[in-house]
Ligand binder design. Structure first.
Ligand code: HEC
Length: 271
């Protein structure tokens, strides 16, 4: 009896002790102002709603969540002239999302995991998508890529576009408007830059830099690169492999050609 009693006290003491350092927060930054929210704070907002997500690319199935419209959260920040919202995850994944997409036909939400009803783990991972997760309703209306859904979200920051911040990854001005390399630049920024840097440009730390020290186009054949983007495990595999496969909903053959043309363009220029 006594033992049980002591244990209970210990457990109670443990759960009620301040664990502030371990409470995850979502940080929003714009115009020199930063606001932090805990999951409880977001879930208590009057604009929190339950939403259905028809096809969740992170879970591969329909999901239902409680969340806040991203537009409402951003409207609390001072307006500035930046055109991109950077969504940074806890694992080094950094998506650069044009504001035009955020205010467009697809509707972004910050959904929040309630600690008393945890979400399931992501496939092949020990973690869930929470506690903060950027999801989209009607993603097909604006061609939102699976890499623009950001799980384990830690911070949203208003920033200038990637091409303004890193002019070195911009295709030459002489490249025609309709050239594959130009389309590839857009596809790369949306689908690959969240995990890969290019010659140091970018902020992701998930995958290797694809331009330095040696460009990936110098040690992969064109067919090998195409196969790897479609399904990395079809080229090589090991237990800790992380790169997702891009099916043709995510990237058409045309887009993959364009990404490869873009990588060749940057590699030729960096010689
Ligand atoms: C979610 C993160 C993620 C995304 C998105 C991603 N990659 Fe990767 N990629 C990785 C990781 C991590 C590796 C290292 C191997 C592994 O763990 O799969 C990798 C490996 C590679 C490699 C092999 C590099 C080498 O030297 O072995 C290439 C090429 C590559 N990725 C290209 C791309 C392209 C092109 C895109 C966009 C269409 C892309 N990746 C999107 C995470 C990602």
């Amino acid at each position: 009896m006594k033992f049980v009693y002591v244990l209970t006290i210990l457990l109670l003491g443990f759960s009620s002790s301040p664990v502030a350092a371990a409470t995850p927060v979502l940080t929003l930054k714009a115009g020199g102002v930063a606001i932090e929210f805990t999951a409880d704070e977001l879930l208590a907002r009057p604009d929190a709603e339950t939403i259905a997500v028809a096809r969740d690319p992170s879970y591969g199935k329909p999901m239902s969540y409680r969340g806040i419209p991203l537009r409402a959260l951003l409207s609390a920040l001072p307006s500035d002239l930046t055109d991109t919202i950077q969504a940074r995850a806890a694992d080094g994944f950094v998506a650069e999302i044009p504001r035009a997409l955020i205010s467009g036909a697809a509707v972004p939400w910050i959904v929040v995991e309630d600690a008393s009803h945890p979400w399931p783990p992501l496939e092949g991972k020990a973690i869930s998508a929470g506690p903060f997760y950027l999801v989209w309703q009607h993603p097909e209306r604006a061609g939102i890529s699976p890499e623009q859904w950001v799980f384990a979200l830690a911070a949203l920051t208003a920033v200038p576009s990637p091409l303004q911040r890193w002019p070195a990854i911009s295709v030459d001005a002489s490249v025609p408007e309709d050239a594959p390399a130009r389309r590839g630049q857009l596809a790369f920024i949306a689908n690959c830059l969240p995990c890969h840097r290019l010659g140091g440009a970018g902020e992701a730390t998930v995958g290797p830099d694809l331009l330095r020290p040696m460009p990936a186009t110098a040690y992969f054949t064109e067919a090998g690169l195409r196969a790897l983007i479609r399904n990395p495990a079809a080229v090589r595999h090991w237990p800790a492999q992380q790169m997702p496969a891009f099916d043709d909903n995510a990237l058409s053959e045309f887009d993959i050609d364009a990404v490869i043309a873009y990588l060749h363009h940057l590699a030729a220029r960096s010689k």
